[in-house]
Design a protein around this ligand. Sequence first.
Ligand code: ADP
Ligand code: ZN
Length: 514
Amino acid sequence: ETAPPQALTALHDTFGFPAFRGVQEQVVARVLDGRSTLAVMPTGAGKSLTYQLPAVMLEGTCVVVSPLIALMHDQLRSATANGIRAATLTSADSDREVTIERFRNGELDLLYVAPERASQSHFRDLLSRARVSLFAIDEAHCVSEWGHDFRPDYRLLRPLLDSFPQVPRLALTATADAHTRADILAQLGIPDDGLIVAGFDRPNIRYAIRPRDSLQRQLKSLLDEHSGPGIIYAPTRARVEQLAEQLSAGGRRVLPYHAGLDPAVRARNQAAFVASEDMVMVATVAFGMGIDKPDVRFVAHAGIPKSIEAYYQETGRAGRDGDPSVAVMLWGAEDFARARQRLSEVEEHRRASERQRLDALAALVETAQCRRAILLRHFGEDPPQTCGNCDNCLEPAGVTDLTQLARKLLSAVFRTGQSFGLGHLEKVLTGQSDDRVLQRGHDQLSVFGIVGSEEAPLLKPIARALQARGSLVPTEHGGLALGGNAREILKGEAAVEIVVPPAKSKGDRRRKQR
Ligand code: ADP
Ligand code: ZN
């Protein structure tokens, strides 16, 4: 589908772009035609243009629903900079009366609002007394319980949209698997043929996912290898502070960013990062939304992200300029253990989908196959089996059947009463009798000393894999207990294959050659 020539003129005149990118034209053409649409486009693909351009061309105002005030204000700034007549209507704005006047007088191309406004009857009245050209629903996955970021307020939109049946709807999201997509269409009343999906591949990003052995050392070598700007995502504020301080010692400018910092400091650190050519930002996931920095050369995860969607979105902040960039995830068994524990706190009706999300992430982390292929398949694409630009394609890892060793470990967990940590279990299995082993009589168990010196180094990797898969789960006091399909493994009904990372020596030799 091609957009009318006036659209191209507006693209030049208002935005200064010579051409549409990817599916932008298709989306704009549909919207100008008055047909409701769900556009699934990866971060950086240029979603905002798909409603801002029609907003400029169509008679009336495009009402944009957006979940975060900070995001709205970023959008407002860039729209205003392009000469678009735009305003936000939020509790944080003091000029609400002026905005309402402008809206009613038809003097706005764009009006940004938060979803909770949709349920207010006076907002509906306001809309009926003005002219609305288009409803744009940003971050539309928030409407779906299958999405990774469900917001109940988004459910309130449908009645509002339905009371303006002649106004087309444009839903936008960067992160939606097939299930979530179908749900967004249904929830927002968009016909199935209104789905437009952009290609998700980011060929210039090299993906690597490794177990975390020494986080600080691993990150330091990452910093040594990449001189350009980078982001390191850490799971907690405390960890952010700590890593920023430790890594600063290397001489590179490294600053922290998290929601607990003073707003002025946060803004200053963000501005420094955007302007810098070599700075590293250690941040919680609060950082990155709405930041337009094209030359980020690496994104590292110091722990697992929330989901594949979150991983894709966060790593997608690297290399928007198209130059080679890397995404490195450093994961530990305890990340999955904690995430699985948190499942019990999730509301019951969401637990199944959260568990699926975690299993999908574990599969990506644990695979010996091409990472990119798995990512793209997750987003409904049909990619080639190998990409040549991820760790598994570049240094093929082996898959080893470790079912027997897994059974020994699980059986030791069971026989010691499902309350000891891996350190103790290793001692029992390899036949080292320290005080605690003797005190508990664990030297008398049938599993004592059944793991030889050749297998012993594999106990940690197998424990990690079993925890990622949920076959081993943590107890309250830091021990390990059986979970998931552990009993099937013990009975010999399920096999356990794990990915063996390429031998260390190989990597070391290569590094020396360089
Ligand atoms: P998204 O919301 O999908 O992450 P944005 O709307 O923020 O993406 O756009 C990402 C970047 O791409 C912005 O800097 C924007 O100005 C730029 N951009 C969007 N459309 C085009 C285009 N047709 N040509 C060139 N640059 C574009
Ligand atoms: Zn690959």
